[in-house]
Every structure is written in C-alpha cells, then in structure tokens.
Write a protein of this length. Structure first.
Length: 461
C-alpha cells in the first residue's frame, strides 16, 4: 500500500536550546535552573552528566543545519533560550545572542528549512526561579515581555511560534513528582504553576496579536490519551479525571479559551483551586492559538482506585485514579515505555470531533533506546526498530488525515542524540548518532529512511 501525505507536508524534527546548544554559560548566557541544580546535586543526573555536555549546536550549527538538509527536512523546531537572550530575565537584550540566533535562522532559511521556534522548553532562568518561577505573577509579566522581544527581533523571518513545550511537564516534574527543580511536592502549588503558565501563554498570544505579527502563534502539548481499564463507570471516571488533569488543563484553555467546568469543579471539591483574578477570564479567552503542536510518545492507561485514600495525606492526582498495566501491551524493550500507534489517530480524531478540527501537526514522536551502540553494524547504527516505530505511527497519522484531520506535518524527536534532563544521555533518540567525546556525527539507518520518506512525501509498504 502507498501512503502519500498532503502537498507541503512538514517533515522534520525537534530539539531544544538547553538540550543541544551547550556553552551553557558562554556568550553572555546566564544559568538556568538546570545549570544550578546540576551544580548542587549532580547525582540526580544519569552518570552525572549535566547540561554543559551537548552536541554544542552553539558552535556546530552550520554543520548541523547541513545535516538537517541531508535528512531532507523542510522544517525544524528548536527553542530560544530566555537566559541567553535576556540574561537577567527582565533587562537588557544580549547582542551576542541576537546575532547568533539571527545566524541560525538565516542559515535554516537559506537551506530551505522553515524554522519553528519555541519560546520556553523547560529552561527557566535561575534568576526568574529565584523570583518564584511560575508561581509568581511577576514572572508571567517578564515572560510576556521576553516573548514580545522575540517576536520583534525574529518575527520578520519566523512564521511558526510556540509559547511553551509540554507545559504540564515542569508542573509534574517540579511540583508533584520531584524530577525537575525546585523539587516541590504540593498539588496546590502545582495547580498555581499550571495556571500561571496558561496566563503567561495567553499574555504572549495577546502580545503577538497586538504587534500584528504575521504567521502562527501556537503551543506544543504532550497529549497522552487516557484509556480506562474497562467500560465500568468507575474506570471510565478515572480516565476522565486523568484526562482533565493531564491533557485538558492546557488543551481547553488554548483551543476553547476556557477551562473545562468539570476540572474547575474537581479542584474546588478538593480545595486545590489556585488564586484567580477577575481579569484572568478575558486574558485566557484571548489565548486561543492558530496552530497546535502535539507531542505523542505513549498512552496513559488507568483504572479506578482499588483502595481508599488516606484522607489525612495531602491531595495528589492518584487520589482520583490508579495506573494500569494492560496485559499484552506492546513495550519499547529499550526504554520501558508502551508503544501504541493508534494513540496518534485517537488524539487527532478527538481534536477533529470535539475541538473544531484545529490546524495541528505532530511536533514530537520518538523512540528512546538505551545503549544504542550495541546496534552498530559497519560503523552505523542499524536502528530498524526506530524505522518500524516511525512508519507504523505514520500509517495511523495517514488514516487520520484521510478522514479529514487537519494535521499538517510530522516532526520526530529528535535530530541528533541529545542531553535529556535528568536522563542525560541514557535514552538515545536521534536520527544522527552523537559521539559525545569526539563530537562526531553519524547518520543512523533511520535517518536515511526518513530522508527518503520526506523526499517522496510518503512511503510504500
Ligand atoms: C519529551 C521532551 C523532550 C525529551 C523527550 C525524551 O517529553 O519534550 O525534551 O527530553 O521527552 O525524554 P527522555 O530522555 O526522558 O526519554
């Protein structure tokens, strides 16, 4: 069967500033929470490798853009670093950073690669975290100013903007489950952080529209479809609650301009509602986007709780559901995540049927692999498992498009093996293998397969 994608389909990959740039304190850049946390608690990071050790895009950008071209990318997403552009968070713009980002954007365009730019991919400047991070309204204001500066500096060439990448992750990581700084475990504070992130997003959208910039303003959300163990009402309710907390807490504000009434009621019931101000309602309504990026890795399978919660313990999401390991589910044997390709179709179909079929694209999908060097054959990683992974997801994506879903492209996570937060280099995701010691880059088999697929705008199987 032939799988042909619509004309001008976006083929590419994504990465982020902190995960690839390196030179984390060079070129006038200030520290992010990750630099500071790593300096304080290096044992938290896989093999104690911190954000200084990257593919050093800051120096190898021209070579890497040539590689993107070789992979037949017509588009590529990365993020700008707030702490590189405005080192003290709120003050002067750093001219070295502006010059460098200008070079990168210009080179991408010169190579026929459309830049997709994220403003915030987990890398809070430490100086802003010290002012309270997303718990503080002051930081919301500062982000909006940073966004406005970026639109003015680069908006003549960048036509696809994303305010945040996976905004729920710093909420979960930093305020619920202790895998991001500041390592707080407190639902109400997590809810405040999530709420202020939505306000920051909406303020940036407001600034974008007020500046009459051309192009799209969007956001990238990691959508994890919530599947109940059974159709028993208690399991279905558990899945609904997981969906409200982890998907719709961002999806509804950015697509509908308001929170789901069920979510508000739920947080009220457990006394977890963040403090709101009357003018927030109209700001959130203005935060509706032009383009949604969807990161999809794995589904969330849930069931109702089998045991009662301790009413004296602090409230956590797990009061509302339990995780469920579905028997027979297909696992990625090299990373421990479930692989469920129809999930990508379910996400798109839900958007088509329930959210007015918004313009969207797959902004991340990928397969992490531990110790990937074991698959080297004749000097190249033969990652046939990754080719299967991408191809099988693309088939479900194709089905969604053929039924009318408004999906405009597919970006893989990621271009080159990169540093990934606390996991550092544990899981490799790239189309290009990185030898961290020598900085040598070698295209994997999957990179060749992707280049051919992008050139043909599809594949036959
Ligand atoms: C996504 C993030 C990326 C990247 C990826 C892989 O959720 O947007 O930044 O880190 O996950 O994650 P990991 O290395 O933990 O497997």
């Amino acid at each position: 069967m032939k799988y042909v994608f619509p004309a001008n389909f976006w083929w590419g990959s994504a990465c982020s500033a902190l995960q690839t740039e390196g030179e984390s304190q060079q070129g006038g850049k200030s520290a992010t929470t990750w630099d500071t946390w790593f300096a304080r608690e290096p044992w938290r990071f896989h093999q104690q490798v911190g954000p200084q050790e990257t593919s050093t895009f800051y120096r190898h950008w021209r070579q890497d853009i040539a590689l993107l071209k070789q992979l037949n990318h017509n588009s590529f997403r990365t993020s700008l670093s707030w702490s590189r552009l405005i080192p003290d968070g709120t003050g002067e713009v750093n001219p070295q950073a502006v010059a460098w980002y200008n070079d990168v954007i210009d080179e991408l365009l010169a190579q026929g690669i459309t830049p997709f730019i994220t403003l915030f991919h987990f890398d809070m400047p430490m100086v802003m975290q010290e002012k309270g991070g997303w718990e503080s309204r002051e930081v919301v204001e500062a982000f909006s100013r940073y966004a406005q500066i970026c639109f003015e500096l680069f908006g003549d060439r960048v036509q696809h903007w994303f305010t945040f990448n996976e905004p729920i992750v710093p909420v979960e990581g930093g305020y619920l489950y202790d895998f991001h700084y500041p390592n707080v475990v407190d639902f109400k504070r997590a809810a405040t952080v999530a709420y202020h992130t939505v306000l920051a997003h909406a303020s940036a959208v407001r600034a974008f529209r007020a500046g009459h910039h051309s192009g799209d303003i969007g956001i990238v959300l990691n959508l994890t479809p919530s599947y109940p163990r059974s159709q028993h009402p208690a399991d279905v309710k558990a899945a609904h609650h997981a969906d409200l907390l982890f998907n719709r807490s961002f999806l509804d504000p950015v697509l509908r301009g308001e929170y789901p009434a069920d979510l508000v009621a739920l947080l009220k019931e457990y006394d977890q509602l963040p403090a709101c101000q009357p003018e927030d309602i109209s700001l959130i309504a203005e935060g509706k986007i032009d383009l949604l990026g969807i990161n999809y890795y794995q589904p969330r399978r849930v069931k109702c709780r089998d045991s009662a919660v301790n009413p004296d313990a602090p409230f956590m999401p797990e009061w509302l559901f339990d995780y469920y390991e579905m028997p027979g589910r297909k696992m990625n044997p090299y990373r421990g995540w479930e692989i469920y390709e129809p999930g990508i179709y379910d996400i798109l179909t839900n958007l088509r049927l329930n959210y007015g079929n918004p313009r969207c694209f797959i902004s991340e999908n990928g397969m992490g692999v531990e110790n990937e060097e074991r698959f080297i054959e004749n000097g190249q990683i033969n990652d046939s498992y990754r080719i299967t992974f991408v191809r099988d997801h693309l088939k479900w994506l194709h089905k969604g498009i053929s039924e009318g879903c408004n999906c405009l492209g597919y970006h893989m996570w990621t271009f080159i093996d990169n540093w990934s937060w606390c996991n550092a280099y544990k899981n490799r995701y790239g189309f290009v293998q990185l030898d961290l010691a020598t900085q040598q880059r070698t295209i994997k088999k999957s990179g060749e397969w992707f280049a051919a697929t992008a050139a043909l705008n599809g594949f036959t199987q």
